[in-house]
Design a protein around this ligand. Structure first.
Ligand SMILES: C[C@H](O)[C@H](O)[C@H]1CNC2=NC(N)=NC(=O)C2=N1
Length: 99
């Protein structure tokens, strides 16, 4: 998996309004209705991460999840980060979470 160039990163970010760029990462905060739901989201994200063999950093703060994606193997952002970001958005929406 190759690093994306700046134009590709910008184009993909434009399609993911909940996510922001921080250096070599993209980040999103997900606010779940409650703690149990936050953990259910983490479990669903874990399933997708295993499918893609691509794993987010997740910081759990009560019902708020801070997720960060990058591809260490490539030294930057790749298509996989954006694919996983899209799946995380779908999971969060399924669980009634807010940005
Ligand atoms: C060997 C295995 O493919 C790598 O360790 C994978 C696993 N999951 C990963 N996840 C993420 N987010 N970045 C990586 O570079 C990465 N590398």
């Amino acid at each position: 998996m190759e690093r994306l160039d700046e134009a590709s990163i910008s184009a993909r970010l434009a399609g993911l309004p909940g996510w922001r760029r921080e250096g070599d990462e993209i980040r999103r905060t997900v606010t779940a209705p409650d703690f149990r739901t936050a953990i259910a989201i983490v479990n669903d994200v874990a399933e997708q991460a295993e499918h893609l063999n691509h794993h987010p950093d997740i910081d759990i703060r009560w019902r708020e999840l801070r997720l960060a994606l990058t591809t260490h193997d490539a030294g930057g952002l790749t298509e996989l980060d954006f694919r996983l970001a899209g799946r995380i958005d779908a999971i969060a929406a399924d669980h009634g979470a807010a940005t």
